[in-house]
Ligand binder design. Structure first.
Ligand code: DC
Length: 210
């Protein structure tokens, strides 16, 4: 089984993806980490993620070695990832790895689950099931703010909200594979429902389609 999950930042994609991966024994790929690794390499090597050639140079480095690095999780890296992800060359370079992961998941798994921005629309248009998560920017910012506070990161709710709005705008309006729901995606609103309810709803939807 192959599952695609898309949605904006802070909407709960990662939590849903982890739960479904465990429930169905699927290999999980958080595709945002690939773009974050590119953003991180830009920031640490004096490259400008907004410049296509420089971002492409970063994408050609060994990005897989960074995927477990906790430094990828910061807001600065998220912004750099968002800037690097607008470029066609960068996106094309990361595409094969994502498709290959879904087609040939590591041994022992019964399929794959990928979460990101363009999984249902572009990376895996033939996924068995597609989810698109939505929530208001305020709710996403509040959740992210609480998470950062828990990690003692110095920031304010308004700063987090501004970052989320800026990233939403860039991710939705870029020319190449912008964030939007696939036509056959199941839309789940995590403003209205708790993440536990969203997990339950998505398992019900999967069972219905099997
Ligand atoms: O999901 P995330 O916040 O870790 O993603 C970081 C950035 O990477 C996001 O702002 C846009 C980009 N991204 C993308 O363009 N396509 C994906 N499939 C995943 C992430």
């Amino acid at each position: 089984m192959i599952i695609a999950i898309d949605g904006p930042s802070g909407v709960g994609k990662g939590t849903l993806a982890k739960s479904l991966a465990t429930h169905y024994n699927l290999a999980l790929l958080d595709t945002g980490l690939l773009y974050r690794a590119v953003g991180f390499i830009c920031l640490t090597n004096g490259l400008d993620p907004a410049n296509e050639d420089q971002a492409f140079d970063a994408a050609q480095k060994d990005i897989l070695e960074f995927l477990k690095d906790s430094r990828l999780r910061t807001e600065d890296v998220g912004q750099a990832a968002s800037k690097a992800s607008v470029h066609a060359k960068v996106r094309a370079h990361l595409l094969d790895f994502q498709r290959d992961f879904a087609k040939h998941p590591p041994k022992g798994y019964d399929g794959a689950i990928l979460d990101g921005r363009d999984i249902g629309t572009h990376v895996l248009p033939d996924a068995d099931i597609k989810f698109y998560l939505v929530a208001t920017p305020d709710v996403r910012a509040e959740r992210r703010f609480q998470e950062l506070k828990g990690k003692d990161v110095a920031t304010t709710y308004l700063q987090v909200l501004e970052d989320i709005k800026e990233r939403d705008h860039r991710d939705r309006t870029r020319d190449v594979n912008p964030l939007r729901p696939a036509e056959n995606a199941i839309i789940l609103d995590t403003t209205e429902y708790s993440i536990e309810e969203v997990i339950k709803k998505s398992i019900l939807a999967i069972e219905k389609q099997r």
